[in-house]
Design a protein. Structure first.
Length: 255
């Protein structure tokens, strides 16, 4: 009998989670939140739902720190949840708190040293948030070893400019022109004439890492597995969920 219950719960979680993701991808954030809450009504320990709620609040809330609680809850449930650690790193990057951002991104790399997205974000945090070009160079090079991303060459060029290595800046300009990205090459040419210095406002807005799929909430977490009933034998309650902050730029569905 318990196997039947597990199947029912897993099926229900997957249904609500897919509905939530579909709503998110269509820009209906209020409805996405509603369905993620339904997931957590079925299983309050389903970490991807907390992580996904955090993503929504990080992107749509008036205060990016409104999302922190959700990512922390996901990590409490799954201490090895890389997406949640990385998302916390991005939150603190956006909040101009580079030391906190570095701490969470380093936790990701302690678990998975080859995670490209964390290396990429960490490179920009060191460059823009800490003005530490040599550390930034290290991580941009690691990214480029795995994938020839124009924006990583651009970041590496800025790091070389900051450290006064104009010969290597020229090398990055050559690479970018070969790749057809003259816009980045032109900006690096300016960085030769005037050495790059990060501005306070730049920490929140480094160039984004290219995404294979737009609006993807969860990259590495597996699909819902069978979940047991709560200790009381019924469906888990909704007592752990709370909304923090308000979403911006979200229209209520017209009836």
């Amino acid at each position: 009998m318990s196997g039947t219950w597990n199947f029912v719960f897993a099926d229900e979680i997957q249904k609500y989670y897919e509905q939530a993701t579909k709503a998110y991808q269509s820009g209906d954030y209020e409805r996405a939140i509603e369905f993620f809450h339904k997931v957590l009504e079925v299983d309050s320990q389903f970490a991807p739902a907390y992580n996904s709620l955090g993503v929504i609040f990080r992107e749509r809330s008036g205060d990016v720190l409104d999302s922190v609680w959700y990512f922390e809850e996901a990590i409490k449930i799954d201490p090895d949840y890389l997406d949640a650690y990385e998302n916390l790193g991005k939150v603190y990057q956006q909040a101009n708190q580079p030391d906190q951002a570095i701490a969470y991104l380093q936790k990701v790399l302690a678990i998975n040293p080859d995670r490209l997205s964390s290396q990429f974000t960490l490179a920009w945090v060191y460059l823009l948030g800490k003005a530490q070009p040599h550390e930034a160079e290290e991580y941009f090079k690691k990214v480029i070893e795995k994938k020839e991303m124009p924006v990583a060459y651009y970041g590496l060029g800025l790091a070389y400019s900051m450290s006064g290595n104009n010969a290597m800046v020229l090398d990055m300009i050559t690479q970018l022109r070969k790749m057809g990205h003259t816009e980045y090459a032109v900006q690096l040419e300016e960085a030769i004439r005037k050495p790059f210095k990060p501005q306070e406002t730049q920490m929140s807005f480094p160039p984004a890492m290219p995404q294979k799929k737009p609006n993807v909430l969860v990259e590495s977490y597996p699909k819902p597995a069978s979940v047991p009933p709560s200790e009381e034998g019924g469906i888990s309650g909704f007592t752990k969920i709370r909304l923090k902050g308000k979403l911006t730029g979200v229209e209520k569905e017209k009836k």
